[in-house]
Design a binder for this molecule. Structure first.
Ligand code: GLU
Length: 458
């Protein structure tokens, strides 16, 4: 749902409650809710990712008994930039695009986080995503703070030449605020190494010196790191494997459903398949495909590698709805698309044993409660998908030292970081009797609060 539809919906849903509560008092709200015109959770649940991120940070700060200054600082980004930049389109007209860069916190190190191209990109979304990056980098124990950016557009509506001009203009527009030791963007939803290369080139044209480490996720031929493209999905599957182990299950023969088959979803499926899992469902923006006997992953991998996306033209399985995919009875459900996929509306229908979040923010706090009550193990985004930024960190280190590592070396280093993060968070969750998300926030906030304290911020 886009932001406007969301606000429209809430204007409609909140208004009657407000009128009733004022005119008739709270008893009638109860009747009203009982009539199921609207469920209680629908009234309370926010889908605003910024409010959700704040809530998640607050829960962990409370559980840690942190100094109130910690939440006071972490609840807002330090700086948010909005840029509007005109770009000439192929047909000769001009479109004025809107982009953002949110810099949440740099107590631990320079701001770090992706740039997405999506029609739903807005100020609150990038703010939330930048909070999640601060937390994610500290979960992984890498020396970065959190940042995030994006441009509000649907990339499918533009030619490659137009996307290049848009990417360059955005990079130039945010260039005063980014840098190798300041803020390092990377790919996110609908962006990739090619787009990073244009952005690096545009940035270097402004600053007039070489700065390969200003963006990560670059192609290997242009200062990128081996194993970076694979890194996020590799890590998502590794998180799933570790969670399966905790439930006494082997990845061999485990069933997976993957929502979203971009770079993250694809590599999650690729590594799961390699480890012997049975991928029974995958979905793209256009289609969800299900085959209870397991999809022909060899053919799917081949199609993705040739075209960069998949279809169901080859008839991999029967077509189901996105809602049906999320409700499949599988061992692992991996939402690898966007925010707010599991909400109070559908979380009760999840029959997976494990939800491993490849996307950022796919589960709302209300859905989290329902999943926990139903015994579903959720491996949160900030832990499950942190492999991407971990290898971004390795890319940046290689850029700064001008010395490049082998594929296996990078992936082994990534594995070490991911294994340690999972183990520590699992133990913390047991110790405090909290879910893995709260434990991840707690471990992370402990790190950032120490850095802020040492800097004298509170
Ligand atoms: N966009 C990815 C994320 O959300 C990667 C960020 C990065 O590598 O800086 O974690």
């Amino acid at each position: 749902m886009n932001r406007f539809a969301f606000y429209r919906l809430h204007a409609i849903t909140f208004l009657p409650v407000f009128v009733y509560s004022n005119v008739y008092g709270s008893r009638l709200i109860h009747v009203y809710e009982k009539e199921k015109y609207m469920s209680a959770s629908a009234v309370k649940e926010t889908l605003n990712p910024f409010e959700i991120a704040q809530k998640q940070v607050k829960t962990a700060c409370d559980r840690l008994n942190a100094d109130p200054a910690v939440f006071e600082i972490l609840k807002k980004p330090q700086r948010v930039l909005e840029v509007n930049f005109p770009v000439k389109l192929d047909n000769g007209t001009v479109e004025n695009f809107t982009g953002y860069r949110s810099q949440h916190n740099n107590a631990v190190g320079p701001y770090k986080g992706g740039v997405r191209f999506h029609p739903n990109v807005n100020m609150d979304e990038v703010k939330a995503l930048s909070i999640w990056m601060t937390i994610k980098c500290c979960v992984a124990g890498i020396p970065y703070g959190g940042g995030k950016g994006g441009i509000t557009l649907d990339p499918r509506n533009y030619s490659e030449a137009e996307l290049e001009r848009i990417a360059r203009a955005y990079s130039e527009a945010i260039s005063p605020l980014i840098g190798e030791k300041i803020d390092i963007p990377a790919p996110d939803v609908n962006t990739n190494g090619k787009i990073m290369s244009w952005m690096v080139d545009a940035y270097e044209n402004v600053v007039k010196h070489s700065a390969p480490g200003v963006f990560t996720g670059k192609p290997v031929e242009f200062g990128g790191s081996l194993a970076r493209t694979e890194a996020t999905g590799y890590g998502v599957n590794f998180a799933a494997v570790q969670a399966l182990e905790k439930l006494g299950k082997d990845v061999k023969g485990a069933t997976y459903a993957i929502q979203g088959f971009g770079n993250v979803g694809y590599h999650t499926g690729y590594y799961a398949h390699k480890a012997g899992a049975k991928i029974v469902a995958v979905s793209t923006v256009d289609v969800a495909i299900y085959n209870e006997n397991g999809l022909d992953m060899e053919a799917i991998i081949k199609e993705f590698q040739t075209k960069g996306f998949i279809t169901n033209e080859a008839g991999y399985g029967k077509e189901i709805s996105n809602a049906e995919l999320l409700a499949l009875e599988v061992d692992v459900l991996a939402p690898c698309a966007l925010e707010n996929q599991l909400t109070s509306e559908n979380a009760g229908k999840v029959r997976a044993k494990i939800v491993v979040e490849g996307a950022n923010g796919p589960t709302t706090p209300e859905a989290d409660v329902i999943l926990r009550q139903n015994g579903v193990l959720v491996v949160p985004d900030i832990l499950a998908n942190c492999g991407g930024v971990v290898v971004s960190y390795f890319e940046w280190v290689q850029n700064l030292q001008g010395y490049y590592w082998e594929f296996d070396e990078v992936q082994e280093k990534e594995t070490v970081v991911l294994r340690r993060a999972f183990r520590d968070i699992w133990n913390l969750a047991q110790e405090y009797d909290v879910d893995l998300r709260t434990a991840s926030y707690m471990m992370s906030i402990r790190r950032v609060e120490k850095a802020m304290k040492l800097r004298g911020w509170y």
